[in-house]
Design a protein around this ligand. Structure first.
Ligand code: SF4
Length: 322
């Protein structure tokens, strides 16, 4: 596929058709240049992604996420207009090389979807200048097949969310009011399922080397929500049936209501009262037991304290307290 074919933009499920190369801004807020929020060596990702200190995952946080999760932990950079700086592909290439020099085991691109064309250029430049570490595509999972075609051959590790499963009472692709309210995309399950299958086709299951670091493959993430709002039972069933029991899985317990309580729409509290509290131990145990029953045994799990420890604050010099 022509790597320039992102005009009008159809890089995510919204297909908002913004002509970004002509100066238009997409529904996600992205324009022609790359919105960069933060870079750091991340020690709190899954073990094969973060590795052991003093190294870490060379993480690049982009602005202008294409989703609008009601409880987003990265809300300071994902949902706030005009944060960060605007850079060009050559600047991004330099940042990748600097991260590798500072001990990054990989380059971890967070919310990359709106910028895949520019990222492809940056990767070409950086690889020509000696970048060798694996490339991690860390996405909310609302990527179009067009975006993934641009990334084919450039990404080593796909790290996508599977935020919610299809409501069995709806036809696949019908707007799902819960997915719309919680994540800002009514067709999220449909777009997400197509994307996950394509990611698996491109890279296969996760491969971990002797040092415990991922070198290639797919590692889907699922955040368990209170009151089973994310339909975790259906998510796990879909993963087992469609990605296979050999799949690695990150089953996350770190839901935190802080952002929603401080900045959310009070209507959300009435519609989804479970969102006003953290996940309970019992709810997470049910999710873990279900994963074992489905023989999803390559699962990374979390302690519930991670709900506090892994909440970033992009206004502090040290974004994470780990
Ligand atoms: S990535 Fe942004 S600009 Fe492109 S289709 Fe999605 S919302 Fe629109």
């Amino acid at each position: 596929m022509n790597k320039e074919r992102h005009r009008p933009c159809r890089l995510c499920g919204h297909k908002c058709l913004a002509d970004r190369t002509a100066g238009q801004v997409g529904r996600c807020g992205a324009g022609q240049t790359i919105g960069l929020a933060q870079t750091l060596l991340h020690h709190g990702e899954e073990p094969p992604i973060s590795g052991r200190p003093p190294g870490g995952s060379g993480t690049i946080f982009f602005t202008s996420c294409n989703l609008a999760c009601a409880f987003c932990q990265n809300w300071q950079i994902s949902q706030t207009p005009k944060v960060g700086v605007q850079i060009e592909p050559q600047d991004l290439a330099k940042i990748m090389l600097q991260l590798e020099d500072s001990g990054a085991y990989n380059i971890n691109l967070v919310s990359p979807t709106p910028y895949v064309a520019q990222i492809a250029k940056a990767l070409e430049l950086a690889k020509n200048q000696g970048l060798t570490v694996p490339i991690v595509y860390n996405t909310g999972g609302y990527d179009s097949l067009r975006a993934l075609a641009i990334m084919e051959g450039l990404v080593d590790i796909y790290l996508p969310d599977v935020k919610i499963a299809q409501d069995p009472n709806l036809n696949l692709g019908d707007p799902d009011p819960v997915a719309m309210r919680l994540f800002g995309a009514g067709d999220y399950p449909y777009v997400n399922q197509l994307a996950l299958k394509e990611m698996l086709r491109q890279t296969g299951h996760l491969v971990i080397n002797k040092s415990g670091l991922a070198t290639k493959g797919l590692l889907p993430r699922h955040l368990v929500l209170p009151d089973n709002l994310a339909r975790t039972d259906l998510v796990l069933q879909w993963i087992a049936e469609n990605l296979g029991q050999g799949v690695y899985l990150s089953l996350m317990a770190q839901y935190h209501p802080n952002h929603l309580l401080k900045h959310g729409d009070p209507q959300e509290f009435r519609s989804f009262p479970g969102l006003t509290r953290p996940l309970s131990v019992r709810e997470y145990e049910i999710a873990m037991n279900l994963a074992w029953e489905l023989k999803l045994e390559n699962a990374f799990v979390q302690d519930l304290e991670s709900a506090v420890r892994l909440v970033p604050d992009f206004q502090k010099p040290e974004v994470f307290d780990n």
